[in-house]
Design a protein. Structure first.
Length: 385
């Protein structure tokens, strides 16, 4: 039996013996074996009084997390027809790749070396307390087994639910699992915000009409909003305790103040909290102001009235794997400086790696994270003091 298969069998055994009383009214796809989520160990007393306040305290003290951008775009390594896309995870948009051409990439998605056990060990050894994983990026390809789409990893040659594999390992090892979900920017769904109805650059500007998209009076945003709500419900009912839902839609036409209400985002936030009360919600630098924390990208210089997380990437620019950036990954010194900067802002650092097409971690990122973990353990830079 292969190591990954042994891990899966072991995790399934743990799930089958879990307690159903962890949170009233919650249907877990994989129930943890303690009365609170494993990542909230040490926060038991506060959790029993107020699960979300316990989660907020945990998050504000976590300091360091791992971001993972992985999907179909990874297979193109930042290039389409010889032209470089920046950032690499936007290659469908920048390259104006037709839906038919882009969807065909799923026939090559194997994730052969994606190893959740290895990744979670790597994060722990680096001193990280949580992981944020791209369940569904702007291209709409899902790394989980959703009943609301056939465009997913379980339908690819990989035939794997990567979210499940990662959730099982996080639960076993006490890591918080945050789930990235592209909200409002979708380059595939027929009823997602489009350039025709909403203006701006919601979708690739194809030279000819994409016949699968709905336009004008045929376009119904509510169908898309239901699709997203249904998928987020799956993520919160099929994968055990989740630390956070991390929404990414800032920059779409619907995030303009005069159109924000069309998102019905507060209804979604309330729904998320009703499914798992401890779950934290973020919408990058904030959409409504009712989010649990802010998660702006690397150059943020403002302040925040809620817990803050600064996102940065080990590649020079891209978040998904970019072979053009292969020689310029961040060094341990640079990461330690990022941690010190985040500390000065009373913020967490969410540090991204973009796995290679086969799902393995770039050797430079692995070496850097190993050294960062060593320094943190030796308290050379006293990052957490």
């Amino acid at each position: 039996m292969k190591r990954r298969e042994m891990i899966k069998v072991s995790a399934a055994t743990i799930c089958s013996t879990a307690l159903a009383s962890i949170l009233p009214g919650v249907t877990w796809g994989c129930k943890p074996t303690s009365r609170i989520p494993s990542y909230l160990k040490g926060y038991e007393n506060q959790y029993r009084i107020d699960p979300r306040s316990a989660a907020l305290k945990y998050f504000s003290e976590a300091k360091f997390g791992l971001f993972i951008h992985y999907g179909l775009y990874t297979l193109l390594e930042g290039y389409w027809q010889g032209k470089h896309s920046k950032p690499a995870e936007w290659v469908q948009f920048r390259g104006k790749i037709s839906l038919k051409e882009y969807e065909s990439l799923s026939d090559k998605f194997t994730a052969k070396k994606f190893d959740a056990d290895f990744i979670t060990d790597m994060a722990l050894n680096a001193g990280m307390k949580y992981i944020n994983f791209t369940t569904r990026h702007h291209d709409s390809f899902c790394l989980f087994d959703s009943e609301y789409t056939d465009f997913k990893s379980t339908n690819s040659p990989a035939k794997r639910d990567l979210v499940r594999e990662l959730s099982e390992q996080c639960q076993q090892k006490g890591l918080g699992l945050f789930l990235y979900y592209s909200h409002g920017r979708d380059w595939r769904h027929p009823h997602a915000p489009n350039n025709d109805n909403w203006g701006g650059a919601a979708r690739p500007k194809y030279n000819s009409i994409e016949e699968s998209y709905k336009y004008g009076e045929e376009h119904n945003l509510d169908i898309y909003l239901d699709f997203m709500k249904n998928q987020i419900t799956e993520l919160l009912t099929n994968y055990g305790p989740i630390a956070g839902i991390w929404l990414d839609g800032i920059g779409t036409p619907l995030s303009k103040p005069e159109q924000t209400h069309l998102f019905k985002a507060q209804n979604l936030y309330d729904h998320i909290h009703s499914l798992q009360p401890q779950v934290l919600v973020s919408y990058k630098q904030g959409l409504l102001g009712t989010e649990d924390f802010k998660a702006p990208e690397r150059h943020f210089k403002g302040s925040s009235e809620v817990p803050l997380e600064i996102c940065n990437t080990l590649q020079p620019y891209s978040w998904g794997y970019d072979k053009n950036d292969s020689a310029g990954h961040k060094s341990p010194d640079e990461v330690m400086n990022m941690l010190a900067h985040a500390k000065s802002m009373n913020a967490n650092l969410l540090l991204n790696t973009g796995p290679l097409p086969n799902g393995s971690i770039h050797k430079d990122d692995l070496a850097t994270l190993r050294e960062v973990g060593r320094r943190i353990r030796n308290i050379e830079y006293k990052v957490y003091q």
